[in-house]
Design a protein around this ligand. Structure first.
Ligand code: DCP
Ligand code: MG
Length: 352
């Protein structure tokens, strides 16, 4: 099961304007074009949202809803800089980062650079790092797929942190009002209301066929997501630097035969992942953690790229044997770095 985090900054453009101009703090403001130039609102501060000011609303209409609304012209280069800074925070934890816009991204932290087990803890750290780095708040959602993580980040905005655990996903989705489903826009929500679909549970009562008849191909998507099914992968926007597999044992192991058999399985699985993603590598990495948590790593670089499981295992086996280890082992990991990332996703697989 994967661990996915979705991070979304709170009232992004407006929060930056309030951060940089103390006069705007605590006030209803909106970033956008002026009413005289037929402008529209890009986003509004949470103080302004109470008056019904939302993205894409005509500034003229917004001013009517809230006469003391302060309109601030956008400063896109500043927003881009902040966006770069928050991405650097994400990359501290994983290279599997898929930005959706300047202010939000999916992260796959199933394996992460800090070896942290709890995705909720990572999400909390990311929120703290962002606050420290750029002095703004973000909301985060944690779950086992993209859809649920996205719904979760939106659930308790601003400054929220919501996790949807696997055992809670069904009831969470059943209770969720359908307009809160990411991907169901206002028009679809109205159509669903006409069909008496108000919450996830109503959607769940519809068969795949019925949903298909009413909503076409999207119907199939709705059928899956209301059941917490979403197999989309996090597509990183920059090439991966390494791929790895690791296992922590319930009970420490010491027999070389047993250790080598685990490493062999890990190499096979690593080779599968590499092939599936069309990646090859030149550097093999072995990681061993002992009973006392002491961790060592060993690597070997060869002069050609490979994803072949025999090549990988031969090197890993040599690296392990060279340790002449006699201590109890609690974790084993194998990985490849120095990747031929030119291939990453760009070339068709040659599986025949
Ligand atoms: N944006 C825009 N026009 C839109 C929607 C958004 O220009 N129709 C811009 C302004 C937002 C930014 O993109 O600040 C991020 O969009 P979000 O949907 O994440 O909205 P906010 O971050 O502003 O608010 P929230 O706290 O709801 O995420
Ligand atoms: Mg946002």
């Amino acid at each position: 099961m994967r661990k996915i985090i979705h991070v979304d900054m709170d009232s992004f453009y407006a929060a930056i304007e309030q951060r940089d101009n103390p006069d705007l703090k605590g006030k209803p403001i909106a970033v956008g074009g002026s009413d005289k130039a037929r402008g529209v609102i890009a986003t509004a501060s949470y103080e302004a949202r109470k008056y019904g000011i939302t993205s894409a609303l005509a500034t003229k209409v917004a001013k009517k809803k809230c006469p003391r609304l302060i309109i601030v012209p956008p400063r896109f280069s500043v927003y881009k800089d902040v966006s770069r800074q928050i991405k650097e925070v994400f990359y501290k934890y994983t290279d599997l980062v898929e930005p959706l816009s300047l202010d939000e991204a999916y992260l796959d932290v199933t394996e992460n650079k800090l070896d942290m087990k709890s995705a909720i803890l990572i999400a909390r750290r990311i929120k703290e790092d962002i606050e420290k780095e750029v002095n703004l708040t973000a909301s985060a959602g944690v779950s086992y797929n993209k859809f649920l993580a996205k719904v979760a980040s939106d659930y308790n905005k601003p400054d929220g942190l919501t996790a949807i655990l696997p055992e809670k996903a069904q009831s969470f989705m059943e209770d969720l009002p359908i307009e809160k489903f990411f991907g169901i826009g206002a028009a679809t929500a109205r159509k669903m209301h006409r069909l008496r679909i108000k919450k996830g549970i109503d959607l769940k009562r519809m068969s795949k066929l019925e949903l298909g008849q009413h909503f076409g191909r999207s119907g199939q998507f709705y059928y899956d997501i209301v059941r917490g099914i979403d197999n989309r992968e996090v597509n990183p926007d920059r090439p991966r630097k390494s791929v790895s597999e690791e296992t922590t044992f319930a009970e420490d192991i010491v027999l070389e035969k047993e250790i080598l058999s685990v490493l062999k399985k890990q190499c096979a699985s690593l080779s599968d992942t590499l092939k599936k993603n069309n990646i090859q590598g030149k550097t093999f990495n072995l990681k061993v953690r002992f009973k006392n948590f002491e961790t060592i790593t060993r690597s070997k670089t060869i002069d050609f790229y490979t994803s072949d499981k025999k090549h990988i295992y031969t090197s890993i086996e040599k690296l392990y044997k060279a340790l002449k280890n006699e201590r109890e082992v609690r974790l084993l990991g194998v990985g490849m770095s120095n990747l031929d990332t030119e291939l990453d996703g760009k070339q068709l697989s040659l599986d025949l």
